[in-house]
Design a protein around this ligand. Structure first.
Ligand code: CTP
Length: 400
């Protein structure tokens, strides 16, 4: 029996903007209708230069709205409230810019402001426009904290005569992304190894060296990955809070050496490694067998621990590897160096001196830096939401 599509009976709101690719919206509507979605089309006035509402009406079975004052009163509010998913395809620089700025001067941007939920955008434009810093800022802002997922444009010849990145993503890719967005199980079948928390390096049976990591960020990542269908193994240091439920396998460790051993034992089984833990960089050269007394003259000699990510990077078969860089300042330079040095696919930078971002609190603000240079700023939000934003970026990179 054919599998039931997650799009079946879902209300999809499709915004069409003024790009040459607007004609592809007809095919997109047809494909979404094939999966028994209910598709409501809204069009900007610029899109009317490229495609008629009638073509989209015939494909969707419903009259598209082309202006704020058409249809029932407050149509934008009702359409937004009814939508399970908002798709903007093709999405021009102008419309994306207005969405980023909160402008609502047409039916599409008004719906976006009234809507709360995931939005898929499929930019289509000239390569120079796509690369312009003003446009990048707008797109990064949308992708940062507003649950906007970009269906990145493809490379090829464009209607304007230029060649480069700017062609709207293939219709099939947009349909697939819509399915993923609605199932929320985009990590189904993926094996994810997450590390969390600090480590403890014993000085004597009662004292140890540790750090301020609470385990919250790693636990949020493990929880989010499991909720999105992943088979999660969590390697946890002695964290201040309890690990989340729904984890496939939990390995508790105490020292950096034990964390290294656990990670290396699990690594061949993982497709994604997220090193959110803060393993100690140094450990005492010797651990005293009995409690030291105050009267003991103590001079502590430390030796470096192994860098776990560096060990992983030396492996022939490596998973998609994500590291963290907690720094004391806003400069991402050291994080980028760590990305290179540790052979990472992605690094999550955060400035722990920023109020609300860092150790032992429920919120965080991070910069996601991908190998290849893609950057996403995630503003201050709950660590669980940050975790989902990180997973969105991983999911996106694994698809492209
Ligand atoms: N890390 C690791 N093994 C260690 C220490 C850190 O795998 N022994 C990982 C962390 O889990 C994190 C990344 O490396 O994902 C960066 O950790 P960080 O402490 O910021 O960097 P270090 O390499 O320790 O560099 P420095 O101490 O100079 O900041």
């Amino acid at each position: 029996m054919a599998k039931r599509s997650p799009l079946k009976n879902k209300n999809l709101l499709l915004g069409v903007t003024g790009s040459v690719a607007a004609y592809k919206a007809v095919e997109l509507v047809r494909r979404l209708k094939d999966e028994e979605a209910d598709v409501r089309v809204i069009m900007t006035s610029a899109s009317l230069n490229f495609i008629t509402p009638l073509s989209l009406e015939l494909a969707s079975g419903q009259k598209p709205l082309t202006g704020l004052w058409e249809g029932e009163p407050l149509a934008h509010v009702n359409l937004a409230a009814a939508a399970d998913l908002f798709i903007v395809a093709p999405a021009t620089a102008n419309t994306l810019g207005k969405m980023a700025l909160g402008i609502a001067d047409d039916i599409l941007t008004a719906c976006f402001l009234a809507y709360r939920g995931k939005t898929l955008v499929a930019p289509a434009m000239n390569p120079a426009m796509y690369a312009h810093p003003a446009f990048r800022r707008n797109l990064d802002f949308l992708k940062g904290g507003l649950a906007v997922i970009e269906m990145a444009p493809e490379e090829g010849a464009l209607a304007c005569g230029a060649a480069g990145v700017g062609r709207m993503a293939a219709v099939e890719k947009i349909v697939e992304a819509a399915r993923d967005a609605l199932t929320g199980k985009d990590f189904q079948g993926r094996r994810v190894l997450v590390t969390a928390g600090p480590t403890r390096e014993a000085i004597d049976p009662v004292r140890f060296i540790s750090n301020r990591s609470s385990g919250r960020m790693g636990f949020a990542l493990a929880k989010a990955a499991a909720a999105r269908g992943a088979d999660v193994t969590l390697v946890s240091g002695p964290a201040a809070i309890s690990p989340p439920a729904g984890i496939g396998k939990l390995i508790r460790v105490e020292t950096a050496a034990q964390m290294e051993k656990a990670v290396l034992a699990e690594i061949n089984n993982a497709q994604i490694l997220i090193m959110a833990a803060a393993p100690a960089d140094f450990t005492p050269e010797e651990t005293f067998g009995k409690k030291l007394a105050k009267s003991d003259k103590l001079s502590l000699k430390l030796k470096a621990t192994h860098d776990i990510l560096l060990e992983v990077s030396r492996r022939k078969k490596k998973p998609f590897t994500v590291g963290f860089a907690a720094e004391t300042g806003p400069d991402t330079g050291r994080a980028r160096q760590k990305l290179e040095k540790k052979g990472l696919d992605m690094i999550i930078f955060n400035d722990v001196t920023r109020p609300g971002a860092g150790f032992d609190c429920g919120t965080n603000a991070v910069t996601i830096i991908a190998r290849g240079g893609d950057i996403r700023e995630i503003p201050l939000m709950d660590k669980q939401d940050v975790a989902n934003a990180v997973l969105d970026s991983i999911s996106h990179l694994l698809k492209t």
